[in-house]
Design a protein around this ligand. Structure first.
Ligand code: BDR
Ligand code: CA
Length: 311
C-alpha cells in the first residue's frame, strides 16, 4: 500500500476523491490536511471530518491555510460547490475534531517519520505544501512523490482564460511548490477535462457507498448544474479523483516532462507555463533544473470506470 497525505478543500469533487482514498485497498490514508479554496478553512475542516466519519474511518485531520500566502482573494463563490462545500445539502452533525497541530506541521512530522515513503496528494490551493517546505526544506528529498491537481497547459483555465482554480487561489504558494526540486506530477485540466463522471456512473457509486453515497449523490446533483451551465456537459469533471487515478493507474494518462513556471501577478495571474524538456530555449529563466512530470491527456472513460470500480 502507498501511504498518502491528502491535502484538500472539500468541495464536491474533493469529497469523491476522499471516498476513493478511504476505499482503495492500495491507499493508506495517513491523514487529511485542509485548506481554504472551494470553501472557507472552517468549512473545509468540518467537511473533511464529516466525510471520514461517514466513511466509518478515524482519519487524522489537520487544519491549514485560511488565506493565500501573499495577496488576499475574494471569498469562495457559492455557486460551484455550495456555501457548505457539498451542494448546500443537509448534513449530519460531526463528533470528531481536528488535530492540535497545523497542516504544515502534520506534513513535516509524517514525512520525517517515514522518509522516502509518503506521497503528498494536493487537490486545493497549495499553501500547506508551501508552508511545509518553508518549515523543513529537506522535505524535497524525503517525500516519495507529490501529486498536484491543478494548472493547465494547453487546455485554458476555469477561473480565467488561462488560470485553473487551485493555482489561481494562491499563485505564490503554487510557484513555491511547482518550482521546487522534488518529484512532482501535475494533473491539470488537460487531463481532468477529458473525464466526465456521468449520472449513470454516479448512481452506481451512490448505491454502493451507503451513508457517504447519499452525500456524494446529492452534492453531485448541485455540481452537475454548474457543469451544464459552464461547459455544456451532462456530468461533472472528477478533477481531484484524477490525482489519485494517476497515482495508482498512471497508464491511463499521457505525460511529458519539463519545467513549470507560475504567473503570480497581472492579468495572467495563476497561469502555469510548461517549458518542455525536449526543446531548447534561448531565455534560461524558463528552464531551471527542477523538472516535473505533467499530464497532457487522459483516457477519460477508463479513468471514470476506475473511479466507479473503486467506489
Ligand atoms: C479544482 O478546483 C476546485 O474547484 C476543485 O475541487 C478542483 O480541486 C478544479 O479546478
Ligand atoms: Ca479541490
Amino acid at each position: 500500500t502507498t501511504p498518502i497525505i491528502f491535502d484538500t478543500d472539500p468541495g464536491v469533487d474533493d469529497a469523491q476523491a476522499i471516498a476513493i482514498a478511504l476505499a482503495h485497498p492500495e491507499i493508506e490514508l495517513l491523514g487529511m490536511t485542509t485548506t481554504f479554496g472551494n470553501v472557507t478553512i472552517e468549512v473545509a475542516t468540518h467537511n473533511a471530518l464529516l466525510l471520514a466519519e461517514l466513511g466509518g474511518q478515524q482519519i487524522p485531520v489537520a487544519q491549514g491555510a485560511a488565506t493565500p500566502m501573499v495577496k488576499p482573494k475574494n471569498p469562495p463563490p457559492g455557486h460551484i460547490h455550495g456555501d457548505n462545500g457539498l451542494g448546500n445539502i443537509a448534513l449530519p452533525e460531526i463528533s470528531t475534531q481536528a488535530l492540535p497541530q497545523s497542516a504544515p506541521q502534520f506534513i513535516v512530522e509524517q514525512v520525517n517519520a517515514r522518509p522516502g515513503e509518503v506521497v503528498l496528494v494536493a487537490v486545493g490551493p497549495l499553501g500547506n505544501l508551501a508552508a511545509a517546505l518553508q518549515l523543513d526544506p529537506s522535505l524535497v528529498d524525503k517525500v516519495k512523490q507529490v501529486v498536484v491537481m491543478g494548472g493547465s497547459i494547453r487546455e485554458g483555465g476555469n477561473v480565467t482564460p488561462v488560470a485553473e482554480a487551485n493555482i489561481f487561489n494562491d499563485p505564490h504558494a503554487a510557484k513555491a511548490v511547482l518550482e521546487a526540486r522534488w518529484p512532482l506530477t501535475l494533473v491539470g485540466l488537460d487531463a481532468t477535462h477529458r473525464c466526465v463522471l456521468d449520472p449513470d456512473s454516479m448512481a452506481r457509486i451512490v448505491e454502493a457507498q451507503g451513508k457517504l453515497g447519499r452525500v456524494l449523490g446529492e452534492s453531485y446533483a448541485f455540481y452537475r448544474t454548474f457543469y451544464q451551465q459552464a461547459l455544456g456537459i451532462d456530468g461533472c469533471c472528477p478533477h481531484d479523483s484524477c490525482a489519485l487515478a494517476w497515482l495508482l493507474r498512471p497508464d491511463l494518462f499521457t505525460t511529458t516532462r519539463g519545467t513549470l513556471s507560475v504567473v503570480t501577478e497581472g492579468l495572467a495571474e495563476g497561469q502555469t507555463i510548461l517549458a518542455p524538456q525536449a526543446r531548447a530555449f534561448v531565455d534560461a529563466r524558463w528552464t531551471r533544473d527542477a523538472t516535473v512530470e505533467v499530464c497532457m491527456g487522459a483516457d477519460g472513460p477508463a479513468v471514470v470506470e476506475w473511479i466507479v470500480e473503486t467506489l
